[in-house]
Design a protein around this ligand. Sequence first.
Ligand SMILES: NC(=O)c1ccc[n+]([C@@H]2O[C@H](COP(=O)([O-])OP(=O)(O)OC[C@H]3O[C@@H](n4cnc5c(N)ncnc54)[C@H](OP(=O)(O)O)[C@@H]3O)[C@@H](O)[C@H]2O)c1
Length: 332
Amino acid sequence: MGNKNYKGLMVREAVENQFTQAIEELSTEALPAGDVLIKVLFSSLNYKDMLSANGNRGVTKKYPHTPGIDAAGIVEESSAKDFNPGDEVIVTSYDLGMNTSGGLGQYIRVPSSWVVRKPAGLSLRESMIFGTAGFTAALSILRLVEFGMNPEDEILVTGASGGVGSIAVSILSHTGYSITALNSPNDESEFLKKIGAKHVIEPSDFIDTSGRPLLKERWNKCVDTLGGDALSSAIRSTSGYGAVTCCGNVISPDLKLTVFPFILRGVTLYGIDSQNCPMPRRQKTWDMIAGQWKFPWMENLSKEIPLKSVSHAMEEIKAGSHRGRTVVNLWD
Ligand SMILES: NC(=O)c1ccc[n+]([C@@H]2O[C@H](COP(=O)([O-])OP(=O)(O)OC[C@H]3O[C@@H](n4cnc5c(N)ncnc54)[C@H](OP(=O)(O)O)[C@@H]3O)[C@@H](O)[C@H]2O)c1
């Protein structure tokens, strides 16, 4: 089929290590090889997108480049047997938006092995309210569900007002669990209560740097997004035969611990990697998001912006002043 012209955010290295962002007229001819061409209707913004848009070589090695690790849209062309033109699909992570032209352009071309069939019960736009952050929250909760959850479990969520944390609190409170949310340094307690946290605790009452190998048992499960001393405190205060998930390093990638939470309390620590999550688990997690985990206040966690406002929103992410989930409407 013929090439199409489209609009996308293009990041260029104008001078060595100086990057510019602009909306440019692009052609599908220049997209990488892949067996599925997708017309992207919605994307969403993540910290990684900001890094890619600002020349971070740990995320994107080669420029010019279109960022966007999340995309939801409609199959335009496919030579893959599993997908046909018109199918509604979601693509998050793998290499999308890193070194493969990403969801902040109106078209992407990707291998069909990266493509998730959008489940019924979730619109394309709603799938991007979740995006990689929501998918990561859901992967964390799926691990805990598989481990074994009891209705009386007390569950700690750290980084609770952030993208991953707020969706974890929302899914867990919507499904009936009692949540303790760790407040952020900028007091978000009102917001956390609104999305269903039963208790809100302050970092100063939680983060323990004393080096004690075990702390008082306070909860049985934890979704951690912060890493560092927060994750260490969470593991040391999880009760016997409980479980903790680890997905982030907002505070630090370091983890100071002894083996005692594991060998004296039988605590289990799960790593969460959304990027290379195998496809059957990926599809199962999206099916859960579209089904019993779809919480009714989802719209309140997000705002929608057009492509032309993305650079401004990236600046907010960079400055740490960005709140909630931002959905990008590629055709607005
Ligand atoms: N493993 C994976 O596949 C995967 C996927 C997605 C994301 N991640 C990682 O998961 C982490 C969370 O991502 P996100 O999108 O939720 O980030 P986010 O939206 O920036 O949220 C971070 C949260 O942590 C809070 N916070 C920051 N410093 C804190 C401190 N010292 N004590 C207590 N709270 C603090 C922030 O509060 P303020 O807003 O008030 O500062 C915010 O609520 C990141 O490290 C990200 O890279 C991993």
